[in-house]
Design a protein around this ligand. Structure first.
Ligand SMILES: Nc1nc2c(ncn2[C@@H]2O[C@H](COP(=O)(O)OP(=O)(O)OP(=O)(O)O)[C@@H](O)[C@H]2O)c(=O)[nH]1
Ligand SMILES: [Mg+2]
Length: 471
């Protein structure tokens, strides 16, 4: 074991002792991770969940709430001083203003603490007073989980693998020309390194726009405050026969290692390793609408993301986790309000089928898993229209474009998910026997009664699966 790993283990050990002390003897803390690829619905989910835990009239499926055992829920300063706070108030204001709109995109990890006063249930519950359970919600981009692979690869391995993978992608042509024209055994030159890194980042952005999800290193796409720093100024190059100290190759190697040590590892050590419960949000409908290629790409991205939840696979992660594991994982197909409820079982079956391979390979080290279709914020109402002698199950909402109401039929999802997943795997260009639509609906203007949170679909069922057993 190298020194830095021992240090990591010690920090983790101290943390878990801290958690155990505050958990077992004082006030229990549940850390709920919320992740998903960009635009999956993380921000809306957290905002709606918190609003509906504070005002609980729409949460009958949360057992502790149905039993009247949740006395109050309130926001508290979150315990991690260096992690940005999830901007709940601003996001809620966007969703519930008289002119409701969706919140802006968020690009980094953030956290919020909601504390619940709960009357213990069970036989002895009545004998004890109420206790406080803290729910720490951590929002982080699913893209960051894709960087896990880097921890196991050296720079020469990563560079060779990446160059091979992108060799025949048109989006990478310009970068590959630049990389192949570079002699990496020459002395290091900062402007040259910067040009290569910028060129590679341009490829990653183009690849992502084209629907690829294997766009790592993750922070190249969303650099934030690290933009232009040495940890983000490297790129995969063809390996020279030999390279001296001070060469471009050696410096690229050093920066790649710094990215792993100072960007990837701290995320897994400080955030990921402490999560107890996890929800993975997936925009399944969006992918189906985009076509078979997007569905296949999503399936692969899910497999890569989920490898983080099978720690045995990665030596570095296994050491960082020290035997701790996520206890429950919920896979939620989001934006289910785009479909009439009669089609929700089909959507849930597709969600489950998308993660089935990853699940079959190893059952997430014993974690309990479930698949669901949810809408964190319901923007539509249901309506059955007569159309050509047939009854069509539609949804009605306010269109973002044009600001008018419309009823809309999204297409019929198949009963058997393989009807979509098989053509996707075989590389079909479009769906043969059906056409699927999605509409951009604006959030509906709300008039909430006292005690009511914003309308949703199955947010209470999701909450019951994720935290219900701990309340
Ligand atoms: N109809 C409907 N649309 C939703 C729902 N949740 C999310 N959306 C749509 O999906 C978009 C993205 O939602 P966000 O919650 O911002 O997604 P995110 O995962 O936080 O996205 P990034 O911060 O960009 O990574 C929103 O702007 C809405 O258009 C929902 O419950 N119903
Ligand atoms: Mg967000």
């Amino acid at each position: 074991m190298i020194i830095s790993d021992i240090a990591d283990s010690l920090t983790r050990g101290a943390q878990s002792v801290g958690d155990a002390v505050s958990g077992a003897f004082f006030e229990p803390v549940i850390r709920l991770g919320v992740t998903g690829l960009s635009r999956a619905g993380k921000t809306v989910f957290i905002t709606a969940l918190v609003a509906n835990l504070i005002d609980r009239a729409r949460m009958p499926q949360l057992a502790a709430n149905a039993g009247g055992r949740i006395l109050t829920a309130y926001l508290q300063p979150q315990p991690d001083d260096t992690v940005p706070r999830f901007d709940y108030e601003t996001h809620l204001a966007a969703l519930t203003s008289p002119n409701p709109h969706w919140p802006a995109s968020t690009r980094a990890v953030s956290q919020l603490r909601l504390s619940l006063r709960v009357q213990p249930g069970g036989l002895l519950g009545g004998l004890q007073g109420p206790r406080t359970v803290h729910l720490d919600i951590v929002d982080y981009p699913g893209e960051w989980l894709l960087d896990l692979e880097l921890l196991d690869l050296s720079y020469p391995e990563w560079a060779a693998k990446t160059l091979a993978r992108i060799a025949d992608r048109p989006e990478a042509a310009a970068y590959l020309r630049a990389a192949n024209a570079t002699d990496a055994k020459q002395p290091f030159d900062e402007p040259q390194a910067r040009d290569l890194a910028q060129n590679f980042a341009a490829y990653l952005n183009a690849a992502r726009a084209a629907g690829y999800s294997d766009c790592t290193p993750g922070r190249f796409i969303l650099p934030g405050e690290m933009e232009g720093s040495p940890v983000l100024t490297f790129a995969p190059l063809p390996e020279p026969a030999s390279a001296r100290r001070g060469s471009l190759w050696r410096e690229m190697q050093r920066r790649y290692e710094a990215y792993k040590a100072q960007v990837v590892k701290p995320f897994f050590r400080d955030h990921f390793s402490r999560i107890d419960r996890q929800i993975v949000l997936v925009d399944v409908l969006g992918a189906i609408h985009s076509g078979p290629k997007a569905v296949e790409d999503l399936r692969r991205a899910m497999a890569d993301i989920l490898s983080a939840f099978r720690p045995g696979r990665n030596a570095v992660l296994t050491r960082l986790l020290l035997g701790k594991r996520v206890e429950r994982i919920l896979f939620a197909a989001t934006k289910a309000d785009h479909l009439h409820h009669r089609q929700h079982p089909q959507l849930t079956a597709i969600m489950a089928a998308l993660v089935k391979d990853a699940k079959a390979r190893a059952d997430f080290a014993g974690a309990q898993t479930a698949a669901m279709s949810i809408a964190a914020l319901r923007a539509t109402t249901e309506e059955t229209l007569a159309h050509g002698g047939q009854a069509l199950d539609c949804v009605r909402g306010t269109l973002i474009k044009g600001d008018r109401q419309a009823a809309f039929y999204p297409g019929a999802l198949p009963e058997d998910p393989q009807r979509l997943l098989t053509p996707a795997r075989e590389g079909a260009d479009r769906w043969l026997d059906a056409d699927y639509q999605v509409m951009d609906f604006a959030p509906a203007a709300l008039s909430l009664k006292p005690g009511e949170g914003p309308p949703h679909i199955r947010l209470d069922k999701a909450a019951q699966f994720l935290i219900g057993d701990r309340l």
